[in-house]
Design a protein around this ligand. Structure first.
Ligand code: NAD
Length: 693
């Protein structure tokens, strides 16, 4: 895996920075990445091992509280560039990654650290401003500076092409000047950290080493570059390979968070949350409304990323985005009502009311199968409720998590109120050690139980949306068996069967069993498996490699115990984590496929003699997420639905979630509810006011 240097894009002379790093410099272990404010490719920042902040147009003076009209001011500023490069700088500091600031890059570092700039030098001294070509003059490096250590010279000739400079009376926090121009004006020519302990390598220079005359020999170019490259090569970041499950190719290597970066992000969340909580609910709702329009704006890119990360067919990625918008609509329409203060008693000597206050900073540790849908259950009402959110996307959908964060900030969520925890389970486990005010988890029972046990002593809210082994019963009075079989099949295989509320086992009344199985199997055989980017594809790959063997294990176990495979049953050979849609009959509850969550396009269909037997089998599970009954008669179906110990029941439908209804699991399927008004109130705490006088 190559190390990556991110170079910030500038409209002027970008190629000079790029070409400065020759193929001899980069060898076969470093590559360059263009970080472009125009493309807003924030995700790429998270893949880099070091950065170059380049030169270019003046920084927007609002960054250092200065007036925008000054001599030689540009016609317009590029605030989006400043903000994008701010992200780069902050990321480099968070992870202690090497940073080289050049010209404007140095000025940006100074203002981001709270320093100021001289807005125009030309009136007093014109030795710096480029005319038809760069100016040249001498600089003097401070002794005992990083710069002099690198250049091994106390002075040298550099080039110059700027009309702004560091205000030496307003140098940013923790920075020190390490070179001045030799002439009388003593313009600041280099900056570095004063105390370097606990910080990454950083050197900032006002000149342009990338285009300095004689740069190959000059220690003020060559030595700086070589030292920067050496620092990049020293970086040992833990990286996660994001694999496309359809092709098994690496999409990207992303840097993992560490204990230290998570602690730092938590501090920022804690600091930022009160101001967010003080924003009126209506404005927070409007912010989420903008988030919804951004989903629309970027839908094609978002859908492609989602499909490439976790393998669902592209149309289903679009469906997920549309579903997310529909679910969010419930929160947009109802949050103000459910978060408003409630007067319980307005009369009498002592008045009483309830005020709903945010929990504070909450964690959302999330799953990969529906990364938008499962995240919005939590992060939308949490933000609307005034909380800051530490969002941990699954390690299988990190890019989607990054997209969500980017859109949150673009929509107007306050800076640092929506931070990402990037990494595998160990990163999630680190969040459990931090003093968060609530934990909202979506994932497996195993991890949910671990989380609940680990945080129990904190006595903060803990909500768990876990797995299921959801049953579906087809009664003997149904009329259109083909239509029902088609509906059930969709409930089994949609999202490649990787839905928490996917149909996981089917019971069919003996009177219609043969007809149902025939129809179901015929339809299953017609399913098109293949490239999830292809519009014809109905079955994509499973998201995780190990899941293929897990499902084959369930199928083999069932076969050994007497099951018959009517369709599928095998891995699909070639690249990608594909398995054939599989139908098993002659199954019973001694088989794993009828008891363990499958999470794939595999189904066991069992014959039952009557409703009583169906109920007993449907209830024979550790889980309690959903249960579905298909019948002509609501009364008959309702008798069964009432007996289900599940958070959701369906009559003549399945595998469905509504924003207006509570989503909750019982037994090993979860704890607490999201969605509906319960899912708004879940992210606030009531305060009782007793008001006398
Ligand atoms: P998982 O439990 O493996 O991982 C979920 C998240 O927990 C990931 O972000 C993971 O990195 C993190 N994690 C893993 N170990 C951790 C630890 N020790 N401490 C803290 N965090 C840890 O689950 P998954 O494979 O991502 O998701 C699939 C499961 O999620 C299935 O069981 C599915 O049914 C369930 N699910 C439930 C719902 C629901 O609404 N009930 C929705 C979607 C998925």
């Amino acid at each position: 895996m190559k190390k990556r240097i991110g170079i910030s894009y500038t409209k002027t002379n970008f190629q000079n920075y790029w070409n400065w790093f020759t193929s001899e410099d980069l060898k076969d272990d470093i590559e360059l990445v263009k970080l472009s404010f125009e493309e807003n490719n924030t995700e790429e920042i998270f893949t880099c091992d070091g950065f170059v902040l380049t030169g270019g147009i003046d920084i927007d003076p609002s960054f250092y509280n200065a007036n925008a009209s000054y001599a030689n001011a540009p016609d317009g500023f590029q605030k989006d560039r400043d903000l994008f490069e701010k992200k780069i700088f902050e990321y480099s500091q968070l992870h202690q990654l090497p940073l080289l600031g050049i010209c404007r890059g140095m000025q940006l570092v100074n203002v981001l650290q709270g320093g100021k700039l001289l807005q125009d030098l030309s009136a007093s001294n014109n030795i710096h401003k480029k005319e038809d070509k760069d100016k040249e003059h001498e600089v003097v490096a401070e002794t005992n500076s990083l710069l002099s250590e690198i250049t091994r010279s106390s002075s040298g000739k550099i080039n110059s092409a700027h009309h702004q400079a560091i205000d030496k009376n307003a140098v940013g926090k923790d920075l020190k000047i390490s070179a001045y121009s030799k002439s009388d004006d003593k313009t600041v020519e280099a900056l570095e950290f004063n105390d370097k302990a606990g910080k990454g390598f950083m050197l900032c220079v006002q000149w342009h080493p990338e285009r300095l005359n004689g740069k190959e020999e000059s220690p003020f170019s060559q030595n700086i570059k070589q030292r920067f490259l050496a620092e990049i090569r020293k970086i040992t970041m833990e990286k996660i390979a994001l694999i496309n499950p359809a092709t098994e190719e690496v999409i990207e290597y992303v840097n993992e968070d560490t204990q230290q970066t998570l602690e730092e992000k938590f501090k920022q969340l804690r600091k930022a949350q009160p101001a967010w909580a003080s924003v009126p609910v209506k404005e927070r709702v409007d912010c989420i409304r903008r988030f919804v329009s951004l989903i629309d704006k970027y839908k094609d890119e978002l859908a492609k990323t989602l499909t490439s990360e976790m393998g669902k067919p592209l149309q289903q990625s679009h469906n997920e985005l549309n579903g997310a918008k529909a679910k969010i609509q419930f929160f947009l329409d109802n949050s103000e009502k459910w978060l408003a203060e409630e007067w319980i008693n307005k009369d009498g000597a002592t008045k009483e009311k309830i005020v709903y206050e945010p929990l504070g900073v909450i964690a959302n540790i999330s799953a990969w199968n529906y990364p938008y849908l499962v995240a919005i259950n939590v992060v939308i009402p949490a933000l609307i409720g005034g909380n800051a959110v530490f969002y941990k996307p699954s390690e299988y959908t990190i890019l989607t998590g990054m997209h969500i964060q980017k859109m949150m900030y673009e929509a107007g969520v306050h800076e640092h109120c929506f931070e990402l925890a990037i990494g595998k389970g160990s990163v999630g486990a680190t969040l459990l050690q931090l003093p968060l005010n609530g934990y909202f988890f979506t994932g497996s029972y195993k991890t949910g139980k671990f989380i609940a046990e680990k945080i129990a002593h904190k006595l903060v809210p803990c909500q768990l949306e876990l797995g299921g082994k959801d049953p579906l019963y087809v009664m003997d009075d149904v009329e259109d068996i083909n239509a029902i079989a088609s509906n059930v099949l969709e409930g089994v295989i949609y999202n490649n069967g990787q839905s928490c509320c996917a149909v996981e086992r089917v019971y069919v009344h003996e009177k219609i069993y043969d007809a149902f199985v025939k129809s179901y199997t015929e339809q299953a055989k017609k399913l098109v498996a293949g490239d999830p980017m292809d519009a014809k594809t109905e079955i994509g790959p499973l998201s995780r490699k190990e899941q293929v063997d897990f499902l084959i294990g369930q199928i083999e176990d069932a076969k050994e115990k007497g099951a018959t495979v009517l369709c599928g049953g095998n891995k699909i050979n070639g690249k990608g984590y594909f398995i054939e849609p599989t139908v098993l009959v002659n199954v019973n509850h001694g088989m794993k496929v009828m008891k363990e969550e499958s999470f794939g396009p595999v189904i066991g269909i069992q014959k039952v003699k009557d409703d009583e037997e169906a109920v007993a089998l449907m209830q024979d599970t550790e889980y309690g997420l959903t249960a579905a009954v298909y019948s002509k008669s609501f009364e008959r179906a309702e008798k069964i639905m009432k007996q289900m110990n599940t958070g959701t029941v369906y009559w003549n439908c399945c595998d469905r979630v509504s924003g207006a209804l509570p989503w909750s699991g019982r037994k090993h399927s979860g704890l607490g509810s999201t969605l509906s008004y319960q899912g708004i109130r879940a992210f606030v705490q009531p305060k009782a006011y007793h008001i006398r006088g």
